[in-house]
Design a protein. Structure first.
Length: 487
């Protein structure tokens, strides 16, 4: 398992290290050596020996000067482009120690490697004027390496305009959450972390295959379906496509029983048609008509394609106040119903563990905050809501954030093929099925997000456009096999 930290957290760790007696120059020297190593490796791969470092006047620029001097002493052809008139004390020291060429205007020459040491985490607004021109110059490079974070990548992974688009990023000290959230996944390139001796704690968890494999312990030979729980997918008043996708995913989760509950139709004939058609689609599921009874499955999922209205509000309230059998997963229209009826506080009256799975617009409706506000700090937003309402939050985006109290995780799997209707229904069903097996809510949410994302990657092996939700369901088995291969 890895951990990722916000810019604000890392600034505190830096300050603590410095106040504890570690000179800024020592940290800069370590960062410079690490950056130089990455540039050297890139030049070797490219079969070249020339690089330009674009340095600002802060400590990120100082790291660049230190790295350039390391490579200059090794005989590489190195130049530093620095237009900053004001520099920090540490940057000035590194600049004075650099014995090579310092350019004062943007060169026409294209270097084999261009290194972004302009601002790092020290930028909170879009680059302007001269700095915007420098970003453009960096992006015109043949191969771009960013020091710590690409210039223009703000907290939360939001790319300002303009923003450096790196081929690789050498992250100093600890992994930054911005590099793996939102736009960070598109602008950071290959990410490596350089240990420069800054201890940290309290970061967001980034699970790996071995961590997920623990959620799929090897089954005992002497076991039966009753040992693996039951999951109930509860349909609402809307079309049945979404809950059926959830059923398909739940059947792949390892739960012993998967049930589909639907509201009765207006006639017996229509009920029998539903029974015939739906059980033909998934013969392994158990089929029931829902009349408001208390469900006793090990996990229940509701909201997928349910619609929004008074009946749905009554159903959500009944589930929150009456269901005690296990974990309750509220998705899509269950959340829209809570928002529409100003009933979000019902979450505080829950009788069981609750997992909510909002995408940005749904989370905006629940919180009253804009999508932009939420995405500027998705980890903080998810943790704050989780603490206030006592639920596990699965904040879905290209990099899903899972939060439970002070604990948070960022899911590293997934691809654009999942940006299609039905993907969330698959996640909700698989999550409920995972929880039904007895996996605690936070772990179940992280596991389901990870496996769902891996299934999307497998489904997109040939292209990212054609896979649909059923293709993702079909790839869940291979996704589980891939994470448990080393078990």
């Amino acid at each position: 398992m890895k951990f990722a930290y916000s810019y604000a957290q890392m600034r505190k760790f830096d300050e603590r290290e410095i106040s504890g007696g570690t000179p800024v120059s020592a940290l800069m020297e370590r960062a410079g050596r690490s950056l130089a190593s990455a540039v050297r490796e890139a030049l070797i791969r490219l079969g070249q020996r020339d690089a330009v470092f674009v340095c600002g006047g802060g400590n990120n620029g100082g790291d660049g000067f230190a790295a350039a001097e390391c490579l200059r002493k090794e005989g590489y052809e190195v130049a530093v482009l620095c237009l900053a008139e004001r520099v920090s004390d540490a940057c000035r020291t590194a600049k004075m120690a650099y014995g090579g060429e310092i350019l004062k205007r943007v060169p026409r020459r294209v270097y084999s490697v261009t290194v972004d040491c302009l601002f790092g985490t020290g930028l909170s607004r879009p680059p302007e004027g001269e700095n915007a021109d420098l970003v453009q110059f960096i992006n015109s490079g043949r191969y771009v390496i960013a020091c710590d974070v690409p210039t223009g990548l703000a907290e939360g992974g939001v790319a300002l305009s303009p923003c450096v688009r790196a081929d690789e990023t050498v992250c100093m000290g600890q992994l930054k959450t911005a590099l793996i959230l939102s736009d960070g996944a598109d602008v950071a390139g290959k990410i490596s972390v350089a240990d420069i001796g800054i201890p940290a704690e309290g970061g967001a968890e980034v699970w790996e295959d071995a961590d997920i494999a623990a959620c799929f312990p090897k089954k005992k030979s002497n076991s039966n379906k009753g040992d693996y729980g039951s999951v109930a997918i509860l349909a609402g008043q809307g079309p049945l496509g979404a809950p059926l996708l959830a059923v398909g995913a739940a059947l792949k989760s390892g739960a012993g029983y998967t049930e589909l509950w639907i509201p009765p139709a207006e006639s017996r004939e229509e009920d029998e048609m539903h029974r015939t058609v739906l059980t033909a689609k998934y013969p392994a599921m158990l089929f029931h008509f829902y009349g408001g009874e208390i469900l006793h499955a090990s996990a229940v999922a509701f909201g997928m394609g349910a619609g929004v209205g008074p009946v749905q509000r009554e159903t959500v309230e009944k589930l929150l106040l009456s269901y005690e059998g296990g974990t309750l997963v509220l998705d899509a229209d269950a959340l829209n119903t809570l928002a529409a009826y100003h009933a979000v506080d019902l979450l505080k009256d829950r009788r069981c563990p609750v997992v909510i799975t909002p995408h940005p617009k749904e989370f905006s409706r629940l919180t009253g905050k804009s999508v932009g506000q939420l995405l500027s700090d998705p980890v903080g937003a998810a943790k704050a809501f989780s603490k206030e309402y006592g639920v596990t939050v699965v904040f879905k985006n290209n990099r899903t954030v899972i939060a439970e109290g002070d604990r948070a995780a960022i899911n590293p799997t997934g691809c654009p093929a999942l940006a299609k209707g039905g993907s969330g229904d698959v996640l909700a069903g698989f999550l409920a099925g995972t929880a039904a097996r007895g996996v605690p809510p936070f772990e179940a949410a992280v596991c389901a997000s990870y496996v769902h994302g891996r299934a999307g990657e497998i489904a997109a092996a040939f292209d990212e456009y054609s896979p649909d939700a059923e293709d993702v369901i079909a790839c869940l088995s291979r996704a589980i096999a891939s994470v448990t291969a080393s078990r």
